[in-house]
Design a protein around this ligand. Structure first.
Ligand SMILES: *Cc1c(COP(=O)(O)O)cnc(C)c1O
Length: 221
C-alpha cells in the first residue's frame, strides 16, 4: 500500500535538505503533488495530510475530481501542467488557479479572453521547449523572449514563471540552468522544474516549484 503522507514528508525533507545544502530558501520552493491518473483515495490521503498544492495534466480528468475536493477542503491551489487546447480554455480558467503550459499565441489570446469574461485574472507560466525536442510542447528557446513580451504586452497575461521538462535520459542540470537564464533576462520570477527523478537537482538550480507525482502517490495506472 502506498503511504502518501509518509511519502509527502519524505519528499519535503529531501527538498529541504537539498535547498539548505545549496543556500536556497526551502520556504520559497513549492512542492506540487501531481495527482494525474491517481486513484482518488490517494489524492484524498494527501489532502487529509494537509497538502494544498496539486498539479493535473488534463482539464477533463481534473474536472472529474477537483470541484468536489475544492468544496470539501479549504485553500487548494490547482495547477494545470499539461497541454491546453483552446476549446478547453474556458473550463481551465474556471477550475485552475495557475496555468503553467502557455506555449503559443493562440492559447495566450484565448486564455486572456476567457479570463476577462470570467473576471478572473489567474497567473500563467510559459512552457519552454528547453531540449528543442520535436515532439515536445513548449515555445522554442529562440522565440521565448519575444513570446514572453507578447504574452505580457499584447495578451495582457500575468506571466509569473517559466516551466520546462528536460529531455528524458539526459542530465537535467544544463536545462534547468538555461531556464533560469531565460527567466532572469526577461524579469520572470518563478521556475517550475523538476519531477520525481530530478527535483533535488532542480532545487539546487533555483526551482520555485517542483512537480512530483510518483514519488508521492506511487506508480500511475
Ligand atoms: C506527470 C508529470 C509530472 C510528475 O512526474 P513524476 O515523474 O510522476 O514525478 C511532472 N510534470 C509534468 C508536466 C507531468 O506531466
Amino acid at each position: 500500500m502506498t503511504d502518501v503522507a509518509a511519502n509527502l514528508a519524505d519528499i519535503q525533507a529531501r527538498l529541504d535538505k537539498r535547498a539548505k545544502k545549496w543556500g536556497q530558501d526551502a520556504s520559497k520552493v513549492t512542492l506540487i503533488a501531481v495527482s494525474k491518473k491517481q486513484p482518488v483515495e490517494r489524492v484524498e490521503a494527501a489532502l487529509e495530510a494537509g497538502h494544498k498544492v496539486f498539479g493535473e495534466n488534463r482539464v477533463q480528468e481534473a474536472l472529474g475530481k477537483w470541484p468536489e475536493f475544492q468544496e470539501k477542503y479549504e485553500g487548494i491551489e490547482l495547477h494545470l501542467i499539461g497541454p491546453l487546447q483552446s476549446n478547453k480554455a474556458k473550463e481551465a480558467v474556471a477550475l485552475f488557479d495557475v496555468i503553467q503550459t502557455v506555449d503559443r499565441p493562440k492559447i495566450a489570446r484565448t486564455l486572456f479572453e476567457e479570463m476577462k469574461k470570467a473576471g478572473r485574472n489567474i497567473p500563467v507560466f510559459i512552457q519552454i521547449n528547453i531540449g528543442a525536442e520535436e515532439q515536445k510542447a513548449g515555445i522554442a528557446i529562440d522565440d521565448a523572449d519575444a513570446f514572453i513580451t507578447e504574452c505580457r504586452e499584447v495578451h495582457g497575461l500575468q506571466v509569473e514563471g517559466l516551466m520546462c521538462i528536460p529531455p528524458a535520459g539526459e542530465q537535467p542540470a544544463p536545462f534547468f540552468a538555461l531556464l533560469d537564464k531565460i527567466a532572469k533576462r526577461n524579469g520572470v520570477e518563478k521556475l517550475s522544474m523538476g519531477m520525481s527523478s530530478d527535483f533535488e537537482i532542480a532545487v539546487q538550480f533555483g526551482a520555485s516549484l517542483v512537480r512530483v507525482g510518483t514519488g508521492i502517490f506511487g506508480s500511475r495506472d
